[in-house]
Design a protein around this ligand. Sequence first.
Ligand code: HH2
Length: 272
Amino acid sequence: MLWLRDRPLDLSQVRIMGILNLTPDSFSDGGLYLDPEKALNRAREMVAEGADILDLGAESTRPGAEGVPVEEEKRRLLPVLEAVLSLGVPVSVDTRKAEVAEEALRLGAHLLNDVTGLRDERMRALAARFGVPAVVMHMPVPDPKRMMAHAQYKDVVAEVKGFLKTQAEEALNVGVPQVVLDPGFGFGKLLEHNLALLRRLEEIACLGHPLLVGLSRKRTIGELTGVEVPKDRVFGTVAAHLYAVQKGARLLRVHDVRAHKEALRVWEALGA
Ligand code: HH2
């Protein structure tokens, strides 16, 4: 069970985290939901399609992305967050800045999704203070601009696993109630690294924390399918995510909620 403040999320069923990017420059949906009205409509649509939780982000973390100033990130995120919280679905906030996280948690966000792996002790302290779980994701350096220069590993699975284990322990030690682990597909990782992590995902699942994966429309899917346009990578994404479920993933971070809900319905009906 994952406790999102007072809401239990039963992970005996695979759960869908719908992505809402309030950015001009995200790699697959940049600019589509900058207008708060459009963002809220998209949130409603994902809820209607069966999203179990929505992940709101206001800064792109695609390879090479420039950081966004704190005030700008708050301006994009907070009004939409407030509106989305009124829809009654749990909301995760995707930010690497403690100043942004604090305000989002004060508004009532249910989960902290920090792609830098809670390296900043203020992030750990915030999740503990507000009593919310946190996603611990791996990236080799906490900076999307430089991360691809660090896509070098002897054994990527062992390194990612070691990082996640250490960061999870640090978080739990300071009172973060629960952590969700995420290998960070595409974050400072090449195709070969992403494939190794997928093939050996059970080695990370066995750390004993719920596992989240996010391959939605990512370059890896484009490289495997030859599909250039990110929004057209849905079929490949679903295949990769079902494979990840078979290897222990319990939460899928996706742009295409309906496609995943339908695929999972079939998958689960087969007792897979
Ligand atoms: N991927 C992205 C952003 N946040 N969070 C977690 N926990 N795991 C991920 O794999 C992950 C994430 C990047 O995808 P997206 O939000 O679609 O793009 P952008 O960073 O360009 O906004």
